[in-house]
Design a protein around this ligand. Sequence first.
Ligand SMILES: [Zn+2]
Length: 302
Amino acid sequence: MSFSNLLRLLAGSGLLFFAVMPALAQPPRPNLKGEVMVLEFHHMGGHNARWRRSFPSFDRDLQRLWARGYRPVTLRQLTSGTFKLPAGTTPVVLSFDDSLLHQIKFTPAGRLAPDCALAHWIAFSHRHPGFAVRPVFFVNSAYHLAFRQPRFAAAKLRLVIQLGGEIGNHTWVHSNLGRNRKAAEDIGRGQQALEHWLPAGYHMVSFALPYGIFPHPHSLAWRGQWRGAHGRLIRWHYRNVVLVGNGPAPSPYSRRFQAHRIPRIQDYDHVLSHWLSYFHQHPERRFRSDGRRHLVRRFARR
Ligand SMILES: [Zn+2]
């Protein structure tokens, strides 16, 4: 008997309601203490490699995340609890490090070019409006590094904010902060350049450690100051510090969550497949929204 014949038979017998409705009506049970993936990308486009995701693979990643009930939020939203997702879905963060060209590329006329991750994501979300554009870009802001098109740096950052994404500091020149005796300068210069480009009033709350290596003392990664040119004092106070690896992050509602050591998952090769099947095999470990907003009180004000 074909499936449609079966449905017809069940409908005739009045059993259709009982056979189909429970599956449709009941999203998976909420699990606010479950784990969350913070994905991490570097080079985009070209052939897949250790630090590079091709566009067909990226498109497929978005499709798989969408189909399996993952919905994008920024890191700022995740750790402050200021996101509201349909019941049963799971937040996921997609972050991009090192401000590389094919993450956000502009045409010579200053428009978003189609061959970049941001354009691919926007196109995907047009086809799947529930999959919002919420990228997090960790930017190296030395002039020549700013998405490799420095004259468009400010416009690119503005575009990300307008779309609902997030900008975080990744230092000025991507030094090894554990060895750099001027670590505060690399963080502070990065903060200063981004403040210069970002829209007035935009307050960065996230920092990505180059190579995942902490400065000395570690607290310099989230709080510090540096006296720049003309004696200007640059201060930073980030609530989120992300690592380079190496697995899902605890829920921000879990006691295991540490905002200054948020693990990430590098999206290359079969790594995403591995974690998708991990959550499939261990559904109890996966964060599931209950459809409501739950502010993390110590963070929601910032
Ligand atoms: Zn980096």
